[in-house]
Design a protein around this ligand. Structure first.
Ligand code: PLP
Length: 326
């Protein structure tokens, strides 16, 4: 139904399956999961879907170098570096902070994938991204700028497509819960819901920005994405469901919410979450279940957006909860 130029990078459709032991532990709702941690490109994740469309545009522009930015353990940057390697682009990553003594987890993968890494060292990341782009342009490297999180209408369109994929998997659910940050995933899912008639709740658990800082951006992005896809709809802020109750001590600060979610998914289902995004979102979902926000008969889909390699950057924080001695 949706036809946009696309480069194939992901293994699709990603599986959908129930979480029977976790569901039983809570006594309902019926939990399901969609496994975008298995999109496959260098440990996968949600950005692989966005990059399929962003790289097609980069190719159409005759670009040679992909440039983007993110946090030190950015999953988006890791997947961009992998997509660049896969399709024969150079890749420059602008990473917030200073170079670590030892590259671990996503940063190790960025290196392995051959990305050039530029550290902001206290400078404004957006300014530095622009400077890096301008320099690459004047050096004749034909750069293509991928915005933060890959969240523009082309990137977000991939999650409208993903909603179509999910609807074809014939697993009716009442709610979809996932980690939201730059908002592209949420905007895309909302557009997909509009196109493919999904009428359930689409609930983003914010891992970073307060809801009031992102709902208007998500509404605008969804509106623009729906226009791009030829199915225009004006999304209002009221339609954007973001829960920001789980920001804890801030972005990438691992608290009890994340630790418990990681442990529960691992020990009841053998499933690995990441501590920054999916751990926080699953922790929020668990809290909402305990507060009785969902009916026990509800069917709730946790959309796993990946990020698992970041786990290995947080071994110190996470090993504190190892229960083997208890
Ligand atoms: C694992 C993971 N989940 C969720 C998100 C949030 O997706 P979005 O930026 O589209 O809101 C990210 C973004 O980096 C991510 O890495």
């Amino acid at each position: 139904m949706i036809s946009l130029p696309r480069v194939r990078l992901a293994h699709l459709p990603t599986p959908v399956h129930p979480l029977p032991r976790l569901s039983a532990e809570f006594g309902g709702p019926q939990l399901w999961i969609k496994r975008d941690d298995l999109t496959g490109l260098a440990f996968g994740g949600n950005k692989t879907r966005k990059l399929e469309f962003l790289l097609a545009e980069a190719q159409a522009h005759g670009a040679q170098t992909l440039i983007t930015r993110g946090a030190i353990q950015s999953n988006h940057c890791r997947q961009t570096a992998a997509a660049a390697a896969n399709q024969g682009f150079d890749c420059i990553l602008v990473l917030t902070g200073s170079p670590p003594k030892t590259a671990v987890a996503n940063t190790l993968l960025d290196q392995l994938l051959g990305a050039e890494m530029i550290w902001t060292e206290g400078e404004d990341p957006e300014d530095m991204l622009q400077t890096t782009f301008d320099a690459a342009w004047s050096e004749g490297r034909r750069p293509y700028l991928i915005p933060y999180g890959g969240s523009n209408p082309i990137g977000a369109a991939s999650y409208a497509v993903a909603m179509g994929e999910f609807m074809e998997q014939d697993t009716p659910v009442d709610r979809i819960v996932f980690a939201t940050s730059s908002g592209g995933t949420q905007a895309g899912l909302l557009v997909g819901a509009h196109i493919y008639n999904f009428s359930g709740q689409i609930l983003g658990i914010s891992v970073d920005p307060p809801a009031k800082a992102i709902v208007s951006d998500i509404a605008s992005l969804a509106t623009e994405t729906s226009e791009l896809l030829g199915r225009p709809k004006t999304f209002s802020e009221r339609e954007i469901d973001v829960n920001d109750s789980y920001l804890g001590e801030g972005y990438a600060v691992i608290g009890e919410t994340e630790k418990e979610a990681l442990a529960m998914f691992a020990r009841f289902e053998g499933l690995i979450l990441d501590p920054v995004y999916t751990g926080r979102a699953a922790g929020g979902m668990i809290d909402l279940i305990r507060k009785g926000e969902f009916d026990s008969e509800d069917r709730v889909l946790f959309w796993h957006t990946g990020g698992t390699p970041a786990l290995f950057a947080y071994s110190e924080e996470l090993s504190l909860t190892n229960p083997t001695t208890s």
